[in-house]
Design a binder for this molecule. Structure first.
Ligand code: TA6
Length: 284
């Protein structure tokens, strides 16, 4: 079942799983299975619409990272405007699994921010959250409802909760090419990702057949599957970066999270007038 609680919608599965989605950013801030929290949410996260939520599953659109030079996204804020706009709750579509939808159009984006996208884009983005007993699926559909093509990027900025980062390994990416955003170097991983400093890695063109897993002491605790999202970012801010973010608390919170972020971010999706684009991530 789902309940609209004003600024948020709460999903409850008959077997006990829950999810809470803020209408601000259509940000999933809570997902529990068997009473255990599966996502990481900063204690300092702004949940009042004053700032993008630090944690959960922020939605990144129409650009990942800073606006791109000499591109219509150049003037946009980091990670675009989807996570800082209030989405319309469109209602529940199924009861088991329980699914709800949220929609974003230009009219819901703060005008000052919308004007920064140098694209005469008329668009409609619909995100569907589907909660089953053990899975949370987040699916997105982007529609070009205007008469001009536009380019965009999409990413689910998923903060996964872990027990202790020093016992974590992110698996499935060996042999994949990645851009180290900290050094701008392209490298190919020869081993699973383990953490001892800030990691900010964009894995490019990772086959959809690859399930990206998070293991703790060798036991898989999270599995991320992707549809039509060729790239995946792996991020942990570590000590200094966590210390520098006012809304990242407690400061040792970096020990209890790792971001595995499915997206289309190493290039832009070009969407013709009238065209639709679909993608999804499935979390177990
Ligand atoms: O997804 C990784 C990343 O792009 C990092 O570079 C870091 O900036 C992180 O996103 C958080 O960005 P935010 O704008 O939410 O502080």
């Amino acid at each position: 079942m789902s309940s609209d609680n004003g600024d948020r919608v709460i999903l409850t599965h008959p077997l006990g799983a829950t999810a809470t989605i803020l209408k601000y950013g259509a940000t999933c801030i809570l997902w529990t299975v068997g009473g255990a929290e599966r996502l990481w949410l900063s204690e300092g996260a702004h949940l009042d619409g004053s700032k993008a939520v630090r944690g959960g599953i922020p939605l990144v659109f129409p650009v990942f990272g800073p606006g791109k030079k000499n591109h219509p996204t150049e003037a946009l804020p980091q990670h675009g405007f989807a996570r800082t706009s209030t989405w319309e709750f469109l209602g529940q579509t199924t009861s088991d699994p329980v699914a709800v939808q949220f929609g974003l159009g230009p009219e819901q984006v703060p005008e000052a921010t919308r004007a920064l996208w140098a694209t005469p884009a008329d668009f409609l983005v619909v995100v569907t959250f589907t909660l089953s007993a053990t899975l949370l699926t987040t699916a997105v559909e982007v529609a070009n409802t205007g008469s001009a093509a536009f380019d965009f990027q999409w990413l689910f900025h998923t903060y996964l909760r872990v027990q202790a980062i020093d016992s974590v390994a992110v698996q499935g990416l060996v042999g994949q090419t990645r851009l180290n955003q900290l050094t701008s170097a392209d490298v190919t991983d020869s081993h699973e990702v383990v953490f001892s400093e800030e990691y900010d890695l964009v894995y490019k063109q990772v086959p959809e057949s690859v399930a990206i897993t998070v293991a703790e002491h060798g036991a898989v605790t999270h599995t991320t599957r992707r549809v039509n999202l060729p790239d995946a970012v792996v991020w942990n801010p570590w000590i200094a970066k966590a210390g520098g973010m006012a809304d990242f608390t407690p400061k040792d919170g970096y020990r209890h999270m790792v971001c595995v972020e499915p997206g289309h971010v190493s290039s832009f999706v070009s969407l013709a007038p009238g065209a639709l684009w679909h993608a999804s991530q499935e979390l177990l």
